[in-house]
Design a protein around this ligand. Structure first.
Ligand SMILES: [Zn+2]
Ligand SMILES: [Zn+2]
Length: 356
């Protein structure tokens, strides 16, 4: 009898745990359904779900180990490499990365986010003043031209360099904060605009599978057209001393969007019109996490949904001012990004159906 009772208790506790687990997805779906603006912010954990080899995996090849080259040695500005052999290794690594980004299909989480745009966010009524405010801010930028497109109520803020979001979202909706590996640039930063799309050429470069180097004949094609300095991926590297050319257009767009969202969230009738969805952002370089927490503190009408596989990543709050309000403003979901998005999506579809 005793045992039976204990078992019952145990199984009802289990039910409670599993239903509360499912509840976080339901709660996330409800928050998203009620919101008006969505900022999607991504780190390495999001790209990883596509099965994309992160730099670390690519660099863990035994050929690099034999050469005593780690990912920290390879993810550096081109000007730190002196000999021809070093350059051939460097380019072999980055061409390999770029080709694997191009050849890998994106995981289904991307399509879900795009579906939310069509099913939900494109149907929300956005005041024309919201767009006018963005344009007013952006018109101060040098690159701005009249009739340039602007983002609506969704925006992507990502530290990944695979550029996969461009397959699903418009250029004006994406800020790749560390650049991406399909754009290349002058390694000498000879000019603010010296960045070019290199996709086509990258596809045709052959990597020697025994050395993981490119052919030295190719070196002359990998130069800046303006100053003949060696080129490099337009990616923020370790030990950057100003070589990296920032994408000021994307940055300006994000700043204008976020500022306009803050302004118009204050006027909204719902409690949390502004949702920040953080997907797979780690603790090593927590720039995306910090930005999210900063927005959360700036804007009382915002709410953070933090998705991560790691408990430490979920438990860590960088900004101490946020700690007292964490239960009211942050929802933690312990899962991989793709699966979490699927679960939220199922609930969201139900809510949309019930509210038809
Ligand atoms: Zn140059
Ligand atoms: Zn702000």
């Amino acid at each position: 009898m005793q045992t039976h009772k204990e078992e019952q208790v145990a199984s009802s506790e289990l039910d409670e745990i599993s239903s509360s687990l499912e509840n976080v997805y339901e709660k996330a779906a409800q928050l998203i359904y009620n919101s008006k603006y969505l900022l999607i912010t991504c780190g390495a954990g999001f790209s990883k779900d596509s099965g994309l080899a992160v730099y670390k995996d690519i660099a863990s090849n035994p050929i690099y180990q034999e050469k005593n080259l780690t990912y920290h040695d390879l993810a550096r500005p081109v000007s730190t490499f002196e000999t021809e052999q070093e350059l051939l290794d460097y380019y072999g690594f980055w061409v390999n990365c770029a080709q694997s980004y191009l050849n890998t299909p994106s995981h289904s989480g991307y399509q879900i986010l795009k579906d939310w745009k069509q099913l939900l966010y494109s149907k929300k009524e956005i005041q024309k003043e919201f767009n006018e405010k963005q344009i007013e801010i952006l018109s101060a930028s040098q690159w701005w031209k009249e009739n340039c497109k602007i983002a609506s109520n969704m925006f992507i803020y990502s530290s990944n360099v695979d550029n996969h979001f461009s397959r699903y979202f418009e250029k004006e909706e994406i800020y790749n904060i560390h650049g991406h590996a399909l754009n290349w640039q002058c390694g000498n930063h000879c000019n603010e605009d010296c960045v070019w799309n290199f996709t086509k050429q990258l596809q045709n470069i052959i990597i020697n599978q025994e050395t993981l180097q490119i052919d030295n004949e190719k070196l002359k094609e990998l130069k800046c057209e303006k100053c003949q300095h060696a080129s490099m991926p337009n990616v923020l590297m370790f030990g950057d001393l100003g070589q990296y050319i920032r994408n000021t257009e994307e940055e300006d767009r994000y700043i204008a969007w976020e500022c306009s969202v803050e302004t118009f969230s204050k006027e909204s009738s719902t409690k949390f019109p502004f949702i920040i969805l953080e997907l797979g952002c780690g603790l090593t370089v927590p720039s995306v996490r910090r930005e999210n927490e900063c927005v959360l503190l700036d804007c009382d009408e915002s709410y953070l949904i933090r998705v991560n596989l790691g408990q430490e990543e979920l438990d860590t709050i960088h900004n101490v001012d946020l700690i007292p309000m964490k239960n009211d403003r942050i929802l933690n979901i312990k899962n991989g990004c793709q699966d979490a998005l699927h679960r939220i999506h199922q609930h969201l579809l139900k809510i949309i159906e019930n509210n038809k």
